[in-house]
Structures are given as structure tokens and as C-alpha cells.
Design a protein around this ligand. Structure first.
Ligand SMILES: Cc1cc2nc3c(=O)[nH]c(=O)nc-3n(C[C@H](O)[C@H](O)[C@H](O)COP(=O)(O)OP(=O)(O)OC[C@H]3O[C@@H](n4cnc5c(N)ncnc54)[C@H](O)[C@@H]3O)c2cc1C
Length: 272
């Protein structure tokens, strides 16, 4: 922190119902939606807020520290490093869902043997398993000197950066395999109509019958193309810190001595 900013170095925790604390909710993912076209987001809601402290009284017993610039950096970084580790951990089921729907829709569309499709599915699986492997490595490399397992900073940020950097490519890969029905498919009302349904069953079948094919396509649409998909796309890039924040943390945490030492030895130079 810069000179004169010490009074801004504080941390506390208070209940959400405290007087003067206001949370202005985002309108993403609100309301009831059709569970046929939105199998995930109709059931699961996430609320984000702009949180404003307007003349809030914070009792001293709720204050972790105040006027301690020496603690401010460590407090912020400790939050971020655990937060990024939880991020890459909780993202794994989402990545598995993208890989799984990629394989399923390739079969539903009858294209799973095509060379370009196998290449795309291999990339998707490799991406998800790279993030999983880096997350496990961050845990295995944890520091224990502080009395708790502290995830390795470089590997945690590498895992998060790898996840965020390639997430949009994972979305376009699954969308490519699925086809345009992601946004041109019928509504749940038409699907339920006894008059229209036989037409949909006839024209929307692929290698799988229409009901199974559309269930997978609607899941992909919810995960990648509708409101929830847009939310996840921004979440990947910005939540838990943006891409540049992850690279900054990696550069700071990387211990370059071993690599430089090897380069010096190979060049026949002393390390000084
Ligand atoms: C769905 C969601 C949930 C979230 N939940 C939480 C939460 O629970 N708790 C929490 O604390 N935060 C949360 N966040 C906030 C998140 O941590 C921030 O959005 C993230 O750190 C990026 O900051 P920002 O949004 O201010 O974007 P910015 O930092 O403004 O980024 C926009 C662009 O500006 C660039 N930029 C920023 N600063 C500089 C600079 N000095 N020089 C050059 N370029 C710069 C960035 O690299 C980026 O390209 C959440 C975000 C999202 C999207």
C-alpha cells in the first residue's frame, strides 16, 4: 500500500442483515424457466450483487485487523490463493459436463467416427484432464509449514489460467459438434403439444431418437448458449481474478533458479 493509505488496511466480517449494508442483485438467472429447454438453470440459481457499505457500524469484535498495511497484502493474497484453488476444484464437474455432452451429441448426430470429431473430442478431454491434473498437483505441492495445507501458488494459478484461457474454446468446440439447434430448436410448449410433437419427432431425429437427441442439445444450449451459458463464460474469465491477475501471480511465484542454473551450466557459464 502507498504512504497515507494505512487506514484503508482493514478486514472484518459482518452478517448480511446489518443496517446500512445493501446488496443490489444482478438480474441474471432470475425467474422460472422451462426445465425442458433449460435443464440446469431452471433448477439452480446463482445470485451476484453489487455490495455497498453505507455508514455501517462494525463492532470491534468483528474486526480481524485495522490500520495494519503489513497484513493487508497477505490477507488479500491468502483469500485469492484459496479462492483460485476452490475455483479450479469446483469447475471440474462443469468441464466433465462439456466433455460428456460433446461425446453424447457426437453420437446423437451420428458423427462420432469422423476424424475432425475425434480430434475435437480428444482436445476437450485433454483440456478437462489438464485442469484436473494441475488442480491435483497444486494440492500435492501444498505448503504445510503454516500448520494447514496451503495450495502451491504457482500451480494453483497455472490451473486457473489454463482453465480460463481455454474455456471459450471448449464452448465453441461443443457448439460446433452440436449444431444450430442450440438456438433454433423448439420450445417446451411445442414439445408438449400432441399436435406438433409427431412432427418434431420425425424431423429432429438424428442417429438417436428426437427426445434423446434434444435432451442433450438442450443441455448444451443451457450450458453454452443461453443466459446461464453466458454467465459461465464471464465467470470463467473474471471470477477469482482475471487472466492477467493469474499470470501476474505465476510470474511472481515461479522459482526461476533451477531453470536459469541449468541454462548457465549448459552454456558453460558460472551462475554469478
Ligand atoms: C460471476 C462473478 C462472481 C464473482 N464473485 C466474486 C466474489 O465472490 N468475491 C470477490 O471478491 N470477487 C468476485 N468476483 C469479482 C472478480 O474477482 C473480478 O471481476 C475480477 O477480479 C476482475 O476484476 P474486474 O471485474 O474489476 O475487472 P477489471 O480488473 O476491470 O478487468 C477488466 C480488464 O482490465 C484489465 N486491467 C485491470 N487492471 C489493470 C491495470 N492496472 N493495468 C492494465 N490492465 C488492467 C484486466 O486485465 C482486464 O483485461 C466475481 C466476478 C464474477 C464475474
Amino acid at each position: 500500500m502507498a504512504a497515507g493509505e494505512a487506514p484503508w488496511s482493514f478486514a472484518f466480517a459482518i452478517p448480511p442483515a446489518t443496517q446500512g449494508l445493501r446488496m443490489y442483485s444482478s438480474d441474471f438467472l432470475h425467474g422460472t424457466e422451462d426445465p425442458w429447454t433449460r435443464p440446469i438453470s431452471a433448477a439452480h440459481k446463482m445470485v451476484e450483487t453489487l455490495t455497498v457499505f453505507d455508514d455501517v457500524f462494525v463492532p470491534w469484535e468483528r474486526v480481524f485487523f485495522y490500520n495494519r498495511p503489513d497484513l493487508a497484502g497477505a490477507a488479500a493474497l491468502t483469500f485469492v490463493e484459496f479462492h483460485r484453488f476452490t475455483a479450479v476444484s469446483y469447475k471440474l464437474p462443469l468441464l466433465d459436463a462439456l466433455v460428456g455432452t460433446g461425446f453424447a451429441v457426437a453420437q446423437a448426430n451420428g458423427i462420432e467416427r469422423a476424424g475432425h470429431v475425434r480430434e475435437k473430442l480428444t482436445w476437450l478431454a485433454g483440456y478437462a484432464e489438464t485442469v484436473r491434473g494441475l488442480t491435483q498437483l497444486a494440492a500435492q505441492r501444498c505448503l504445510t509449514e503454516v500448520g494447514i495445507a496451503y495450495p502451491d501458488v504457482f500451480t494453483t494459478n497455472l490451473a486457473k489460467w489454463t482453465f480460463a484461457r481455454d474455456f471459450h474454446h471448449a464452448l465453441d468446440t461443443v457448439q460446433d459438434l452440436a449444431g444450430g439447434l442450440l438456438v433454433t430448436g423448439p420450445s417446451g410448449m411445442d414439445w408438449k403439444s400432441p399436435e406438433i410433437r409427431p412432427v418434431l419427432d420425425k424431423y429432429l431425429r438424428g442417429a438417436w431418437p428426437a427426445d434423446r437427441r434434444m435432451a442433450v442439445i438442450n443441455l448444451i444450449s443451457d450450458l453454452t448458449a443461453r443466459t446461464y451459458g453466458g454467465y459461465q463464460a464471464v465467470l470463467a474469465i473474471h471470477a477469482e481474478g482475471s487472466l492477467e491477475a493469474e499470470k501476474l501471480a505465476m510470474f511472481r511465484a515461479y522459482d526461476s533458479k533451477r531453470a536459469i542454473g541449468l541454462a548457465m551450466r549448459l552454456a558453460g557459464l558460472s551462475e554469478n
